[in-house]
Design a protein around this ligand. Structure first.
Ligand code: SF4
Ligand code: SF4
Ligand code: SF4
Length: 275
């Protein structure tokens, strides 16, 4: 039974990605989508398979496979701005391509199904930040979450201004904005991680993408739930959570519920298999 589950879940995940791949390939008439979503689907399915086999680096492998692919291949080699600015750019040009598809799947509609799985398994910013030494936050969460709305607005204003000013060759500017944006994100993320002794400080306070991710993941189908009959309130799950979630509360309004990145650290560390 357990053996069949370790195969069934990855196969189901692969089928979902394959459905997206084939649909986009046929509707857009572009073979790239078949390759792109098949690659991501195989990477995620492999990671989930390794996770179910209790391989401790499973999540990191998916992060590297997907994160490096998007950052290096799509971003640097293909010249697609896959950041928020790229999303605004394609949105303003009225094209459902690249970053708009990426945002629709991973960050706007996808979270209704898999919450903030993007943040736990695919984001190339967190891919690097998770290598830093502060895997669990050293102190309580700061009340700085409002900064994300400023970075979100700044991103929108930046791209809107380029269109309003009728600047030429915006596509080239988007490529350099992608490089500059990533340097800024990595730099800020590393500094904040050391200041707050928390690898995910950037995710908690600065990242503009959470403006999309948080409300959508509130309704996520996939969530960590607690079996209250098994739980002995030892608190270990909360101590290992990088995002300060109260996963012992099963309600959708639980503390920091929309911050869960589905990393499964709480599940792995629960001594009673209650999660
Ligand atoms: S919060 Fe932002 S930086 Fe952090 S993992 Fe999610 S998308 Fe990446
Ligand atoms: S680690 Fe398990 S038993 Fe301990 S509080 Fe969390 S859910 Fe309950
Ligand atoms: S430790 Fe558990 S509750 Fe915390 S982010 Fe990871 S999966 Fe979510």
């Amino acid at each position: 039974m357990r053996r069949s589950k370790t195969l069934l879940v990855p196969i189901l995940i692969l089928l979902v990605f394959e459905a997206v791949a084939v649909t986009l390939w046929l509707t857009k008439g572009n073979l790239f989508y078949l390759f792109n979503f098949t690659y991501i689907g195989v990477s995620v399915a492999l990671g989930v398979f390794l996770m179910l086999r209790k391989y401790k680096h499973a999540r990191r492998i998916v992060q590297l496979l997907v994160g490096l692919y998007m950052l290096v291949y799509l971003g640097l080699i293909c010249g697609e701005n896959m950041q928020l600015e790229g999303f605004w750019y394609y949105l303003f040009t009225g094209v459902f391509e690249a970053a708009t598809i990426h945002y629709a799947v991973a960050k706007i509609f996808g979270p209704l199904l898999f919450g903030r799985g993007w943040c736990g398994y695919a984001c190339w910013t967190a891919m690097l930040l998770d290598f830093l030494p502060f895997k669990t936050p050293a102190g309580p969460r700061k009340k700085l979450g409002w900064i994300r709305y400023i970075t979100f607005a700044a991103s929108l204003v930046f791209v809107a201004a380029l269109f309003l000013a009728k600047v030429g060759n915006i596509e080239r500017i988007m490529f350099w904005a992608f490089i500059a944006g990533n340097v800024l994100y990595y730099g800020t993320g590393i500094i904040l991680a050391f200041v707050f002794k928390d690898n995910r400080a950037f995710c908690k306070y600065i990242c503009p993408v959470t403006v999309f991710l948080k409300p959508m993941s509130y309704f996520s189908l996939i969530r960590v739930k607690c079996d209250r009959d098994k739980c002995v309130n030892c608190g270990k799950c909360k101590r290992v959570c990088p995002m300060d979630v109260d996963m012992t509360d099963n309600s959708r309004r639980r503390k920091n519920g929309t911050e869960c990145i589905l990393c499964m650290e709480c599940v792995k560390n629960c001594p009673k298999d209650a999660l």
